[in-house]
Write a protein that binds this ligand. Sequence first.
Ligand code: ADP
Length: 221
Amino acid sequence: MVAVQAQDPAQAVIGIIFGPPGSGKGTQASRIESEAMLKHLSTGEILRAEVAKGTPTGKEVGRIMAAGDLVPDELIVDIVRGRLPEAEAGAGVLLDGFPRTVRQAQALDAMLAEEGHRVDLVIALEVPEAELVERLLHRAEVEGRADDTREAIAERMHEYHKLTEAVLDYYRRQGVDVVRIDGTGSPDQVFERIRRALPSPPAWEDASGPKGPGRVGGDAN
Ligand code: ADP
């Protein structure tokens, strides 16, 4: 039973929300941001903003993303390096979409170590692949995201299995608390599972349910 608090309770919490494309990381991270005050840092959103600016880097990134491939580790690590200090300044940060490769995880750990920080927890959303594809194709109709085509979705799943899944093992081996959450059902249901599975961060203490440090159970498995 490990409490959601930084290794040093005086410091910000460093969390990662992890899951395959379409698992709802962004949706849940926004909810956690508003209800638990962990700053949501989404590399996908940062990259989409770069693409929208139409800079030379943005154009190159846009091509990579539209194909469903990962942008180079160096590029994304530099982006995170630029944003992390501000994000860490508050109660804590929840990284969404990063790290996506073991090299990125190692780079993150090195950045954090410079500040005397380390990753405190990983929330891993789990959704069967058939449902993920269905969700992404539905999102393509609603939002028209450039990487929600059938081909790009297949490539993103492939990259996830080839490069990203290993990040979970990397953190498990380090003894980081990896909380597995059933990501099926409505966003509200998933959020409730997260809330029940995590020990209460300060902002959640008024909510119903057990209080205080320590894992409070829930149906995460
Ligand atoms: P999803 O997880 O649904 O695919 P994201 O918004 O997290 O959506 O990411 C969209 C795309 O942005 C990825 O497919 C990839 O091309 C790029 N991207 C985002 N984060 C990273 C990262 N950490 N490393 C490499 N590429 C990234």
